[in-house]
Design a protein around this ligand. Structure first.
Ligand code: ZN
Ligand code: ZN
Length: 364
C-alpha cells in the first residue's frame, strides 16, 4: 500500500505517491535499492488509481476474487502488498502510522454462488439456504487454546512482529516482519482446544435468508456483513459473506437488461397468413404473440411490459420476438407437389424486377 487508508481520495493517493516517488526516484535517491522500491510504488499507485481495480481492492483487501466457490480468496489478478515487499515498518515509520498489531485484523471474506431462475428476478423472491460456514469456536472463544488459554508468544515477546535481516538483490536490510509463530497476534496456544483442533473455528450448518433484488443480474453480489470467516485467534472482526447470483438459463429467453429476447420459428404459411402463438410466461400469465399476415422472416415483434423489472426507474422491460422461417428437415413428396403448383403464385417469375424491388426497399 501507499500508506493510505481505503477512504483515501484520488488526491491523497497522488500525494502519497509523489512523496514516496520523490524519496525513491532512482536518479535522485541515495537510499539502498531505490530503483526496486520505486518500481513497487509505481505498481501500487497504478492499481489504486485505476477505478475498477481499486473497487475490487477495496472490497476484497489484497486478494482479488478467484474461482473458489468457498473459503478465502486467493491468487487474484493483482496482489500488491508493499508492506510485505518492503518490510513491515516501512510505511508506518514513513507516514507515522500506528503499529500493525493495534489494528484488528479482519477474518477472510467468503464467496458463495447461488442459482436463481428468471421468475425470481421478476418477483424478487426471498431465499432460504442452509450452508456450512466457519463459526468462532465456542469452547475456546476462538483462541484455539484448550479452555481458551493462551500464552505470550516467546518468539516476539507478545509484539507480533520480529526484526530480521533480509537480502534484497545485493543489499542486506533490517526489516520488521510479522511473527510467524503467532501470525502477528502476540499470543500462542499451550495445548489445542479439542473441539476445533486449535483453529479457533468450527464449520456449522447455518441458515441464511436473503432477498433477491428485483431485476438482479447474473453475477450480482449480495453482501452479508460479518458473516464471513472469524478473524485469526479471535483478534478483530469477522469477514463478510458475498452471495454471487447465477441466473439459470431459460429454455428460450435471452436477456438484454430488462428485455427478454426470443426467436420464433414459423412455417411459411404462418408468415404469409399470420397466426397467433400462445406460450407460458415467467409472470404466470400466458404470453400471446400475434403475428400479423405477411410478416417477414427477420422482423421483430415487441410485447410491451412483459419483460423483467427495470433496476433503474420503474416498470418492466419488453419481450422482443424475432420471427424466423422454420425450415422443415424433411419435405414429403405430396408437400413438394403442392408447393410446386404454388411456385408461380408465391414469387413472380421476373427475377430482375424482384431483385430491384428488394434493393429499393432496403435503401429506403
Ligand atoms: Zn509471536
Ligand atoms: Zn476451540
Amino acid at each position: 500500500m501507499l500508506g493510505v487508508t481505503k477512504e483515501a481520495t484520488e488526491k491523497d493517493l497522488k500525494n502519497a505517491f509523489r512523496s514516496l516517488a520523490r524519496k525513491y526516484h532512482p536518479d535522485r535517491s541515495t537510499e539502498e535499492n531505490a530503483e526496486d522500491k520505486f518500481k513497487e510504488i509505481q505498481e501500487a499507485y497504478a492499481v489504486l488509481s485505476d477505478g475498477e481495480k481499486r473497487q475490487m481492492y477495496d472490497r476484497f483487501g489484497h486478494d482479488g476474487p478467484s474461482g473458489s466457490p468457498f473459503g478465502g480468496f486467493g491468487g487474484g489478478g493483482f496482489n500488491v502488498n508493499l508492506e510485505d515487499i518492503l518490510g513491515g515498518d516501512f510505511f508506518s515509520s514513513f507516514f507515522g502510522g500506528g503499529s500493525r498489531r493495534s489494528s484488528p485484523r479482519r477474518g477472510n471474506d467468503i464467496l458463495i454462488r447461488h442459482s436463481i431462475n428468471l421468475e425470481s428476478v421478476l418477483n424478487g423472491t426471498s431465499e432460504n439456504i442452509e450452508i456450512e460456514l466457519p463459526i468462532k469456536c465456542k469452547d475456546c472463544d476462538g483462541s484455539g487454546g484448550e479452555n481458551g488459554e493462551t500464552q505470550t508468544c516467546s518468539d516476539c515477546g507478545g509484539q507480533g512482529r520480529v526484526r530480521a535481516r533480509q537480502q534484497i538483490g545485493p543489499f542486506v536490510q533490517d526489516v520488521v516482519r510479522e511473527c510467524s509463530s503467532c501470525s502477528g497476534v502476540g499470543r500462542t496456544i499451550k495445548s489445542k482446544c479439542k473441539t476445533c483442533n486449535g483453529s479457533g473455528r468450527n464449520l456449522e450448518e447455518t441458515k441464511l435468508r436473503f432477498n433477491i433484488p428485483l431485476g438482479a443480474e447474473d453475477g450480482t453480489r449480495l453482501r452479508m456483513r460479518g458473516k464471513g470467516e472469524p478473524p485469526v485467534n479471535s483478534n478483530g472482526e469477522n469477514g463478510d459473506l458475498f452471495i454471487e447470483l447465477e441466473i439459470e438459463q431459460h429454455p428460450w429467453f435471452e436477456r438484454s437488461n430488462a428485455d427478454l429476447i426470443m426467436s420464433l420459428p414459423l412455417g411459411y404459411s404462418d408468415l404469409i397468413l399470420g397466426t397467433q402463438v400462445t406460450l407460458p410466461h415467467i409472470d404466470g400469465d400466458e404470453l400471446v404473440i400475434k403475428v400479423p399476415a405477411q410478416t417477414n422472416s427477420g422482423e421483430t415483434l415487441e410485447i410491451r411490459k412483459r419483460g423483467l423489472p427495470r433496476t433503474r426507474g420503474s416498470g418492466r422491460g419488453d419481450v422482443v420476438v424475432l420471427v424466423k422461417l422454420h425450415m422443415p428437415k424433411k419435405v414429403s413428396k405430396e408437400v413438394k407437389k403442392s408447393l410446386n403448383s404454388l411456385r408461380d403464385n408465391l414469387a413472380p417469375k421476373d427475377i430482375i424486377s424482384r431483385v430491384e424491388e428488394d434493393a429499393e426497399q432496403r435503401r429506403k
